[in-house]
Design a binder for this molecule. Structure first.
Ligand SMILES: Cc1cc2nc3c(=O)[nH]c(=O)nc-3n(C[C@H](O)[C@H](O)[C@H](O)COP(=O)(O)OP(=O)(O)OC[C@H]3O[C@@H](n4cnc5c(N)ncnc54)[C@H](O)[C@@H]3O)c2cc1C
Length: 406
């Protein structure tokens, strides 16, 4: 049903843009989802082999959207979390049953998540998926936003009452709009891979802080584990080029023998780590979402989880406006959305930034502080419960869809 006028155009059909489209799969609202790279190329940058730890809140959001059964087929529960500081005394152990929960979260592979999202997008009559296509030009007018799209063979004009910018961390649209950002390069690169450990992972997620950066080993299906290890950026190419055996040996040295010997190394991918905070998240008829609105260090596995909480709230505002016959691009609606999400966004951004600084520091006072902090968290049940509640996303005002299902 390709047409030229929509209620909402979402640019970027990655995890965030596609999740928002799924949350807006409703006959009252017309959506165009524009994506530059087709999944059939095998090069789609959002749906790669990255393992994502989804919080319990994210699981509940997908459940409320009716997507969880499709995602759950390939998801592995996280029932225990073990955090440690390599070679030092501090550690924290968290267990789902402390709060009578079935799991603290779930690990999914981005590619598999993408399949579930794209299948919903394709089945939704109110969503036109336009791919491959890029936005060439944006004209923001009083009653709507006009876009010129292009691919190798054609150009196309679209208009919408609201433009959602979800084109990732290096957002071209954010640049075209001249939105300034505060950015910080951590000097670290995450190398993501997967392995099979000798001992069963028993649904335990390990986060290990080491002198060269954090290392996460996440449980996945068929007793595989997803490994996210941060290395100094200048060493990233060396890590990518290492012989498999040497790579595994280095990984093993960093992680230790808790899961026995590692084998069957999968593909390695590198992601330079940075913090990006734009100075504006909304303009008239425009809202930034996902990595284009805030990109953070993956140390707390919070980036996409935060985006999903944004999506849960934004979709509620938009559906309510359209249902009431109001304009979804109304500036006061967009301002209200940002005001309601800013406290959670700021909390997560600051926390991940502080963790990145605290756990990469070699200053004796900071090393002592973080180890005492971990020990206290492990030994004092109320602190531990609060850490779990924050980690699973039960913090602050929840979207109505969560209040209904929890
Ligand atoms: C190593 C690593 C591990 C992580 N682990 C976790 C985790 O465990 N848990 C968690 O919650 N989060 C995690 N994250 C964060 C998570 O990956 C991001 O929050 C998520 O990818 C953001 O999705 P996005 O859709 O905003 O951006 P992207 O995934 O970058 O998608 C952007 C999309 O826009 C498209 N696009 C770009 N430009 C254009 C254009 N001009 N026109 C049309 N389309 C365009 C791209 O092709 C892409 O499909 C991790 C991140 C990293 C780097």
């Amino acid at each position: 049903m390709n047409k030229s006028e929509y209620d909402i155009v979402i640019v970027g059909g990655g995890m965030v843009g596609a999740s928002l489209a799924c949350a807006l799969a409703n006959e009252e609202i017309s959506i165009a989802l524009i994506e530059a790279v087709s999944t059939s190329t095998g090069q789609q940058p959002s749906y790669d082999d990255r393992g994502l730890a989804l919080s319990l809140t994210s699981q509940r959001i997908f459940n409320a959207l009716g997507l969880w059964p499709a995602i759950a087929v390939n998801a592995n529960p996280i029932r225990h979390v073990h955090v440690s500081d390599k070679g030092r005394f501090g550690f924290v152990r968290l267990h789902a049953d402390m709060l009578n929960l079935e799991a603290l979260g779930y690990v999914v592979i981005a590619r598999e998540l993408g399949q579930a999202l794209m299948s919903r997008v394709e089945q939704s009559d109110n969503i036109d998926f336009i791919c491959p296509a890029q936005v060439e030009q944006i004209n923001n007018e009083r009653t709507g936003v006009r876009l010129t799209l292009a691919n190798d063979t054609a150009t196309q004009q679209l208009s919408a009452r609201l433009l959602v910018v979800a084109d990732g961390v290096h957002s071209r649209i954010r640049q075209q709009l001249g939105i300034e950002t505060r950015s910080k390069h951590y000097g670290q690169t995450a190398i993501v891979s997967n392995i099979t450990p000798e001992h069963a992972h028993e649904d335990t997620a390990y986060e290990r802080f080491t002198d060269s950066g954090p290392l996460a080993v996440l449980p996945h299906s068929q007793q595989r584990c997803v490994v996210v290890q941060c290395v100094h950026s200048e060493q990233a190419n060396d890590y990518l080029g290492l012989d498999d055996e040497v790579f595994l040996q280095r990984l093993q040295e960093r992680f230790g023998r808790r899961l026995g010997r590692f084998s069957k190394l999968g593909k390695r991918t590198a992601y330079p780590l940075l913090l990006i905070e734009p100075q504006e998240q909304v303009r008239d008829r425009i809202v930034l979402l996902g990595n284009s609105a805030h990109a953070i260090h993956p140390n707390g596995a919070q980036g996409f989880n935060l985006c999903l909480r944004d999506i849960a709230v934004l979709s509620e505002y938009l559906l309510a406006a359209v249902h009431a016959g109001d304009d979804p691009g109304n500036r006061s609606l967009l301002d209200a959305y940002v005001a309601s999400r800013l406290p959670d966004q700021q909390r997560v951004i600051r926390l991940s930034d502080r963790l990145a600084t605290l756990f990469s520091s070699q200053q004796p006072a900071l090393i002592a502080a973080r180890n005492i902090g971990m020990l206290l968290t492990d030994l004092v049940p109320p602190i531990k419960r609060r850490v779990i509640q924050q980690g699973i996303g039960f913090w602050g005002r929840q979207a109505a869809m969560l209040r209904e299902v929890s």
